[in-house]
Design a protein around this ligand. Sequence first.
Ligand code: FES
Length: 316
Amino acid sequence: MIEVRVVSRHDEARDICSYELASIDEQPLPAFSAGAHIDVHLPGGLIRQYSLCNHPEERHRYLIGVLKDPGSRGGSRTLHEQIRPGASLSISEPRNLFPLVDEARRSLLFAGGIGITPLLCMAERLAHSGADFELHYCARARDRAAFVERLQHSPFAERVFLHFDQEPETALDAAKILARPEHDVHVYVCGPGGFMQHVLDTAKAAGWREPCLHREYFAAAPVDTGADGSFSIRIASSGQTFEVPADKSVVQVLQDKGIEIAISCEQGICGTCLTRVLEGLPEHRDLFLSEDEQAANDQFTPCCSRSKTPLLVLDL
Ligand code: FES
């Protein structure tokens, strides 16, 4: 855990603020790579993940962008309403689940709304290393697009393409941009679920292979839990067996029994809670594992995933 101070806060667009964080003892912060995020521990015990969007060479600060989301589970609202310059926060060290592929000949970056944050950092990195890339940034309207001025005044401004729903002449033509799949060109997508689905479906329809497609979700799609039933879990090391009722997650049941599993997002996005499964078939509800990893059924995310079989034996 790192203690940081909020050095400044800026309105970047309608409902989007950036927060500049520096270490309390003025020491350099841990290095990070483009695409990395930090966990921010908020008042009230909430933990939320935010991508770092400053230049990845910087060590004197971290910059995060936060959308005040009307569907917020409390994190973005707390930041917007309670956190001002001078405030102290605890954060994790940066972690990267959305790294750039170093050997890519070319990179195509697609950002939707606040999904610009990790891709902005990637664009800085790619430009710094002289790599070939394009950044397509989609937003509902100009006043909802954060960091536009920074992009337009950047050394890579000519590689940035802005697309606004309210300006049809700027519409994103994903099919055209993704028309020619190539094995050494990599596609990166971050944004709302519908936007990501559109870009990824378009890429797959054009023949892009999964290893060239990279995505980071920042919120899980709502899951219909109406038909959820109960199942049992067994701890392999002790043989203890517990019932997981329909209205509790595996993590909650384990916590009630005094067995702590590290968690962060609690939505199946970050992979922090990943646990090996020795017997039984998990019902995967995460966005962290790839399709192949889910199909292997040897690990699952107990914060949100459930079971297709009456019993899951966990490697705990
Ligand atoms: Fe993030 Fe489970 S806590 S995937």
